[in-house]
Design a binder for this molecule. Structure first.
Ligand code: UDP
Length: 239
């Protein structure tokens, strides 16, 4: 892939499932700690870091609504799940002596800061890791959309989407050994071929603002740092 160049501020998006390890549900503290150490290694390079963590390891709106709950209610529960994950990640980062702020799109002042754009930018300038919680604060959205929105607002140079595989493939490489990995792919191709990088609204929002998406494996130790240092395997989604 083409050298991603020097990044000074990035958004790291991970799913809630990334925090559950081999368990089928919830949080696996050693896994959270491992990811926190990966974040620390990038923080140590002087890169300013935003994070959005999903909530699927605890609650997903679509599943709740499939069980007869009103969609908006289920989505609010999903957003609250992301706050729990954000607090877990904050604790793990603090154990690494990294200053962090959890910034919630839904006000809960005893637990997290409210989202105030300029204040968040200031935290980043002071090298605090900003964990954006509660998604966009709106039902019918996802944390991929939230990550793209906040990345745009924070002027991040790219979204780093950590997954289980080292990039975007034409089919699931864990099921099909002949799956082909893309080095580079356009937003439109991702949408047309349903390549499953992020949901369509998130891809469109990235496309409209020329925000590259770097898809990489979070399971690869040192992978996040490696990409920022100019090595490693990943797919770059761009215009
Ligand atoms: N959610 C929402 N609005 C947002 C972000 C998230 O309603 O802006 C809800 C939605 O129900 C979603 C859940 O929160 O299913 C958890 O987020 P997501 O599914 O994106 O988590 P991930 O798959 O990344 O773990």
């Amino acid at each position: 892939p083409q050298n991603p160049g020097k990044y000074s501020r990035v958004m790291l998006k991970i799913s809630g499932e990334a925090l559950m390890g081999d368990q089928g549900y919830g949080l696996h503290p050693p896994t959270v700690a491992r990811i926190a150490a990966e974040v620390k290694s990038v923080h140590d390079m002087g890169v300013e870091i935003c994070m959005v963590i999903g909530g699927g390891n605890i609650f997903r709106g679509l599943q709740g609504s499939a069980q007869g709950m009103e969609r908006a209610t289920a989505d609010y529960m999903g957003m609250l799940a992301t706050v729990m994950n954000a607090l877990a990640m904050q604790a793990a980062l603090e154990a690494e002596r990294i200053h962090t702020r959890v910034i919630s799109a839904i006000r809960m002042d005893e637990v997290a800061e409210p989202y105030i754009r300029r204040r968040a930018v200031r935290h980043l300038e002071k090298k605090r890791v900003c964990i954006f919680a509660a998604g966009t604060g709106n039902p019918y959205f996802t944390t991929d959309t939230a990550a793209t929105l906040r990345a745009n607002e924070m002027n991040c140079e790219a979204i780093f989407k950590g997954t289980k595989v080292d990039g975007v493939y034409d089919k699931d490489p864990k099921k099909f050994p002949d799956a082909k990995r893309y080095d580079d792919v356009t937003y439109d191709e991702v949408l047309q071929k349903h390549l499953g990088v992020m949901d369509a609204s998130a891809i469109a929002l990235a496309r409209d603002n020329d925000l590259p998406i770097i898809v990489f494996s979070l399971d690869e130790p040192g992978g996040f740092r490696g990409i920022l240092a100019g090595t490693g395997t990943y797919t770059r989604v761009h215009g």
